[in-house]
Design a protein around this ligand. Structure first.
Ligand SMILES: Cc1ncc(COP(=O)(O)O)c(C=O)c1O
Length: 384
């Protein structure tokens, strides 16, 4: 029996959900079940409920139940990456369906649509989701899914989840929110009216930069969630038992990690906003950010740990800062306990719409004074 109760707060649930003391060994941490198949009884029944590793596994089940509870959802399905989760959401649709996709979002979310699904008959509109009039104008009678990412990569654009949920439902469409940047500690889209939450669990959820994963979490168990389960089982992009174990292990410290990361991010954003070598800081926790008031209303306990800056000058100045950081690691990805910095334009390639002087920062749990010191000395190198 898990020690977690439905009335426990999210911090307690993150520690205890999906866990029980192993009855045979007394192990406090769950074992990793690597078996790909499960024995049936002489009468051909399967009392454990497990049949085959692709359809379900004890470590995956524990992870999925925990993810669903953290987002206040009814059911979750785990995938082998965030992209596999987004792919599954698109696979749930059929040829001729129309999808509203954020013009600013993780580039893979748009890339998957453009490279594959538009060729398979899905129709996509790429819309500024912070502009509700533009969202409203994008609906067609065929619109089945609206995708939101908030805060979004790379300029932390904020979308009003509740307002877009109302628009989607008025047009008979579902709303899916990529909640990767905020994590369930800072934003719970299902409570704001979304139908589906997507995460790259590679990021804050697992938090240690050592496992790739994704999930779709559903507000209700119905035909839509049932379809996701069919996609998960038939397409087969499932995470390994060890991956599930690692992601769940990361979740145990989600609450304290993300809070510390967000507190560090706010202090860094304030430092950068006052720095003469910085043209603009994109962080929703700053009153100067254009989505600040909506973020303040829909995010809880902080504004996340992702921020971007435009370095005064151009790509050369941004690359000078990048070359001179000593504590920050120059690497893509986000959400881990160590602070990362990247030149987003170089990562996204020639079709990128990201400004060439933009640096994206994922803030970790190091002491914030050390992080500030490192960026101060790196910014000082411009023009040296
Ligand atoms: C916001 C967001 N969504 C989705 C993804 C895709 O996740 P993954 O890399 O786990 O496939 C990423 C990856 O960087 C991301 O930042």
């Amino acid at each position: 029996m898990s020690k977690s109760q439905p009335n426990h707060r999210i911090e307690t649930q993150a520690v205890h959900l999906g866990n029980h003391v192993d009855p045979t060994t007394g192990a406090v941490v769950p074992p990793i079940v690597m078996s790909t198949t499960f024995e049936r009884q002489p009468d051909n029944t399967i009392p454990s409920g497990y049949i085959y590793g692709r359809s379900q596994n004890p470590n995956r089940k524990a992870l999925e139940e925990t993810l669903a509870a953290l987002e206040g959802g009814a059911v979750a399905y785990a995938f082998s990456s965030g992209q596999a989760a987004t792919n599954a959401a698109y696979q749930m649709l059929k040829s001729g369906d129309h999808v509203i996709v954020p013009a600013e979002s993780y580039f893979g979310t748009r890339g998957l649509m453009r490279e594959f699904y538009e060729h398979f008959g899905l129709i996509a509109s790429y819309v500024d989701m912070s502009n509700l009039a533009a969202v409203q104008a994008a609906f067609t009678p065929q619109t089945k899914l609206v995708w939101v990412e908030t805060p979004s990569n790379p300029t932390m654009t904020i979308t009003d989840i509740r307002a877009v949920a109302e628009l989607a439902h008025a047009h008979g469409a579902l709303l899916a929110v990529d909640n990767t940047f905020a994590s369930p500690m800072m934003q719970r889209p299902l409570s704001l009216g979304a139908d589906i939450v997507m995460h790259s669990t590679t990021k804050f959820i697992s938090g240690h930069t050592d496992v790739t994963g994704g999930t779709l979490i559903f507000a209700r168990i119905d035909d839509v969630s049932a379809r996701a389960q069919v996609v998960q089982t038939l397409s087969g992009a499932v995470p390994s038992p060890f991956d599930c174990w690692l992601i769940l292990r990361g979740i145990r410290t989600l609450a304290i990690r993300v809070r510390q990361q967000a507190a560090n991010a706010l202090a860094l954003a304030q430092f950068l906003a006052d720095h003469p070598a910085v043209e603009t800081v994109y962080y929703p926790g700053l009153a100067s950010h254009r989505g600040h008031s909506i973020a303040a209303a829909q995010m809880t306990g902080g504004f996340g740990a992702m921020l971007s800056v435009l370095v005064r000058g151009g790509a050369a100045e941004a690359l000078t800062v990048l070359a001179n950081v000593q504590l920050f690691t120059r690497a893509t990805s986000l959400g881990g306990i160590e602070s990362l910095i990247e030149h987003r334009f170089s990562i996204e390639g020639p079709t990128s719409t990201t400004p060439p002087n933009l640096l994206r920062i994922s803030v970790g749990i190091e002491h914030v004074d050390d992080l500030i010191h490192d960026l101060r000395q790196a910014l000082h190198m411009i023009g040296q």
